[in-house]
Design a protein. Structure first.
Ligand code: ZN
Length: 67
């Protein structure tokens, strides 16, 4: 019973930026909060999945993710 749906790891559609799309952890401030979150070694799994996701997006749009 998740309180919210997690987008697929390869999905660019993050409906709820206040939560980590990978573990559902609440983030204090959307994008910057997410960066802090994945830079924490406690969240290495989220970081790995984010890197995979970003590579997939880069393949799709042929460029870097700009937020
Ligand atoms: Zn997370």
């Amino acid at each position: 019973m998740a309180e919210h749906d997690h987008p697929a790891p390869n999905s660019p559609g993050w409906d709820n930026p206040d939560f980590c799309p990978f573990c559902g952890h609440r983030l204090p401030d959307g994008g910057p909060g997410f960066v802090d979150h994945i830079q924490n070694d406690a969240n290495a799994t989220c970081r790995d999945r984010f890197e995979e996701w970003r590579e997939n997006v880069a393949d799709d749009i042929g460029g870097e993710w700009s937020g």
